[in-house]
Design a protein around this ligand. Sequence first.
Ligand code: C2E
Ligand code: MG
Ligand code: MG
Ligand code: MG
Length: 283
Amino acid sequence: EAKRNDKHGWRAYDPSMTDQRTRESILADLLEHAVDAGQLSVHYQPIVDLASGRTVGVEALARWQHPDYGFVPPSEFVPIAERSSLIHTIGMHVLTEAATQVRAWQTRQHADPLHLSVNLSPRQLLKPGIVADVVAVLERTGLSPAHLTLEITETAIVDTERAAPILAEFRALGIRIAIDDFGTGYSSLQYLLGLPIDGLKIDRAFVTQLDSTTQGAAVAEAVVRLGQILGLDTVAEGIESPAQVAELQLLGCTSGQGYLFSRPRPAAEIEEGLNLIPPQTVR
Ligand code: C2E
Ligand code: MG
Ligand code: MG
Ligand code: MG
């Protein structure tokens, strides 16, 4: 069984394989076929308005299930994809599937339309034609630009001179921009906050420390204050306890996501939390 070759000619997964470069290059090769082979899917994590407790949006998160390797987490395959143009193929696939799904949910909603957040990697942001590519997906799927947030990490905008005009183009179209994992990068606040952005996502590392008396709690508080002063939305990542929610509410943090509300799940499994009109009553 361990000697069996799969259809790409690679030896099947051997748990004793410890050479990281070998695993990486194997995964890089397998990843090339992942989209076409239908191995990539999208999970959705609800984003909850902390004042009302209502789900106001979802973050789309890529999932890769390989027949031999099993589940490969995005923390492993996204950096591999990021080293080649594959990240663009994967990113566009996630955006297309998620936009289609959220648009379908919107047609079954009573009230405010659900919002979609999608991660855009540094390499994607700087890809020539990225704005037109995103717009084409919105046109094809019918999702309004006003219902899309692109999450961009600080590392993506280290090259501010190149990033700023692209971000400005997105915003001119009505697409929102949020800085992901805020507080974990090394960027200077001065240039970061000079950028055309709409929101800050407080990294889980700081949210985790909220119910203790460590410096992490101070960072979360500082980010919320900064957001308030600059008129930016603040979204807390990785909320796992009611105590963290209480603290974030006190601070005035706009919204949050985390296992306390829901893990990222396939579309069908998060639907019941979305308060939708049942499909059979939709005409
Ligand atoms: P991220 O954008 O910061 O996404 C949030 C991550 O935190 C997700 O990990 C999510 O599952 C996890 N998370 C949310 N709530 C909790 C919690 O309460 N506790 C804990 N322990 N974790 C929580 P995930 O899905 O493994 O994704 C990891 C990273 O991979 C993402 O971080 C993002 O940077 C990247 N990624 C995922 N999908 C895509 C994609 O489609 N495109 C790009 N470019 N990057 C992606
Ligand atoms: Mg994100
Ligand atoms: Mg994040
Ligand atoms: Mg994070």
